[in-house]
Design a protein. Structure first.
Length: 180
């Protein structure tokens, strides 16, 4: 039986190291305290509208997203690159299938509609994730930044999308935890 290469071992270790960092983050601490992601709208038709959202603070989001990028970008320990390690013939078929199933579940979830339309445009969870990550938190992709800024101008869309983004991060964290 062939053994894992040093690169494969390093990839798996890095995945678990970055997963541990996410589990210890303030974003996860917020969830562990039993707090929920919330968005409230108050007002009357044709009258003033008040909104409020209850979420982790911005620094908690920034720290979480900075580490999350290791899993979604072309990094050694990304889900896509880790698939190469799990596809090696000496990895037991059951473990390979479990990894493939978890990765597929994440991709299916991200590619599914978020039940949010913005200006008549249905949004996938991946679209929301990437727009927040690459238009606000990391990098400043001009097109994604323009979309993000447009979303944030609308008081109601702002709250709904922030809660959806936090929920997407939480779901992704659950898949990372399963794989780790």
């Amino acid at each position: 039986m062939t053994r894992l290469s040093k690169a494969d071992i390093d990839r798996l270790k890095l995945f678990n190291e970055k997963a541990k960092r996410l589990f210890e983050s303030r974003f996860v601490g917020y969830i562990r305290e039993g707090k929920r992601f919330k968005f409230k709208i108050r007002g009357e038709i044709g009258g003033n509208v008040e909104t409020s959202k209850t979420l982790p603070d911005q620094d908690a989001f920034y720290a979480f997203v900075l580490t999350l990028r290791f899993f979604i970008q072309d990094e050694r320990c990304s889900f896509r690159n880790l698939a190469g390690t799990y596809s090696k013939p000496f990895i037991p078929m059951e473990i390979r299938k479990e990894y493939d199933k978890a990765r597929k579940e994440l991709n299916d979830y991200l590619d599914s509609p978020a039940n949010i339309n913005f200006c008549g445009e249905p949004l996938s969870r991946r679209n929301i994730l990437y727009t927040f990550v690459y238009g606000n938190f990391a990098h400043a992709n001009r097109k994604k930044k323009e979309v993000f800024d447009k979303w944030m101008e609308n008081q109601i869309a702002n709250g709904i999308l922030w809660v959806e983004f936090a929920s997407i991060l939480f779901f992704t964290l659950q898949i990372i935890q399963y794989v780790a």
